[in-house]
Design a protein around this ligand. Structure first.
Ligand code: ATP
Ligand code: MG
Length: 449
């Protein structure tokens, strides 16, 4: 029966069979050390010629990284000098008694531990670079972020929904939509599940969705992808946007705890520092933030409709130094710049009850309160020069009873990147798509960089 690498730690003296990929090979004279990697971890295997039969010795000569092997051997305690308390298997090793090869591997085109290979090579060889401990860790952490998101929301009575990705109109507005031909009517790929999650508030009151969002971004940047994973939620019976903001911080606190509990060794590989989240995460209106920026830097952008990336970074640092917070909310973006469903501030309808959440200086979330009153929503569409007839289907949800509601959209890859302080979001995206790249094999030659 197979023993998993991490299970060997408490099987000293026993014979075991382990299966896995050769993570590394080291020769010490006639002795060969193999680090064998399976789904749980990495284990040191020692190959001593006198302990092995002839066939195994022959195989051992050729075994290289990424060969898949089956090792039969005895678990031994490591010598004092060899111990590594940072690894779950760091106190043991397996002395091989028999070796079988389950799959051979070509010589690797690059060294998986090489940190200097650059983004393009990294992406060209993703099927193997993702096997490197550090990058494998990114996506293990990402998977646990999604699990934490799900678990928390389910514990708060949210129901998970699957929103369609082929949609009729664009919810967010703007030019960054992908058109879909084929269908009789003009269709696009969904930029978000916005309309569907709102419709589903009428059904379940609280819903969430984890799904791909498509944006035909006009620029290549270190934080934009053409396809990203949206962590979306929408909830009814709110008082205002602060209910959504508070829920988001509770959800993020849960995710951070969940990561500590499930990804300690993966986080260590990235020298992770747990973000600080004070009990009261600071929030400023856009105009207040711009005033702070003006007072502190002299740059007057107090009439601009949004913060520039450098201003987001500035507010991120401001939150850190003034409030010891890695998070800061910016609220009250102008009505003219937010989508038609955004709820205006009753006291000053030129601004909205919307928010962005900045994490370590970069926007990771947009959210807010939405219109729930049918007539007000229709009026808002008209003010944005949209034809309510085009939104008849969506409007049915509001015509037939919708409570005050709000929600948010959080970018999974951006959250992962900020958490691990990875500069380019593409390193935190499993198979990134951008203007220049849809994997190596299927990108037309003229698009290759
Ligand atoms: P930005 O202003 O940074 O381009 P946005 O305001 O257009 O983003 P939203 O529509 O508010 O984005 O989407 C909600 C969240 O989804 C963002 O806060 C971000 O985390 C993520 N997101 C949006 N667009 C992208 C993208 N092109 N690539 C990766 N993540 C994205
Ligand atoms: Mg936004």
């Amino acid at each position: 029966m197979r023993t998993l690498t991490t299970e060997t730690a408490n099987k000293v003296g026993e014979e075991v069979i382990v299966q896995g990929w050769v993570n590394a090979r080291r020769n010490m004279g006639k002795i060969v050390f193999l680090d064998v990697r399976d789904r749980k971890g990495i284990l040191q295997v020692v190959g001593v010629p006198s302990e092995l039969d002839e066939a195994s010795n022959e195989l051992l000569k050729d075994i290289r990284p990424e060969w898949v092997v089956e090792i039969r051997g005895i678990v031994n305690a490591r010598g004092a000098k060899q111990q590594n308390p940072n690894m779950p298997t760091g106190m043991v090793e397996v002395l091989a008694k028999g070796i079988a090869v389950m799959a051979k591997a070509e010589p690797l085109p690059l060294d998986l531990e090489d940190e200097k290979i650059g983004l393009d090579i990294h992406l060209d060889f993703l099927p193997i670079t993702l096997r490197a401990e550090k990058y494998r860790a990114v996506f293990k952490i990402q998977a646990e972020i999604v699990r934490g998101f799900r678990d928390y929301l389910i514990s708060q009575d949210f129901t998970e929904i699957q929103a369609p990705k082929i949609v009729a109109a664009s919810a967010e507005g703007g030019a960054d939509v992908f058109e879909v031909k084929y269908l009789k009517n003009k269709a696009t790929l969904a930029q978000s599940p916005q309309f569907y999650k709102q419709i589903m508030v009428g059904v379940f009151e609280r819903v969430f969705a984890v799904g791909n969002c498509f944006r035909a971004e006009q620029h290549a940047t270190t934080r934009h992808l053409n396809e990203f994973t949206g962590l979306d939620l929408e909830m009814g019976m709110i008082k205002d946007h602060h209910d959504v903001m508070n829920l988001e911080m509770d959800m993020l606190r849960h995710i951070l705890n969940h990561l500590d509990a499930t990804c300690a060794s993966e986080l260590k590989l990235w020298n992770y520092t747990r973000p600080s989240v004070p009990e009261k995460v600071p929030y400023f209106k856009l105009r207040e933030a711009q005033q702070i920026i003006k007072d502190e830097t002299g740059v007057d952008h107090t009439n601009e409709p949004d913060l520039e990336p450098s201003e987001e970074r500035f507010m991120g640092e401001y939150a850190k130094t003034k409030f010891d917070s890695d998070f800061i909310f910016i609220t009250h973006y102008p009505t003219s710049k937010r989508p038609m469903y955004t709820y205006p501030d009753e006291e000053n309808p030129e601004f909205t009850k919307s928010f962005d959440l900045l994490f370590r200086g970069i926007e990771i979330t947009s959210g807010g309160q939405r219109f729930h009153d049918y007539n007000e929503l229709v009026e808002s569409m008209k003010r944005k020069e949209l034809n309510p007839d085009d939104f008849k289907f969506y409007l049915e949800a509001f015509k037939y009873g919708m409570p005050p509601e709000g929600g948010l959209g959080l970018g999974l890859e951006r959250l992962t990147a900020r958490l691990l302080e990875i500069d380019n979001v593409k390193y935190a995206t499993l198979f990134p798509r951008d203007m220049n790249r849809i994997d190596l094999q299927i990108s037309p030659p003229e698009y290759k960089q």
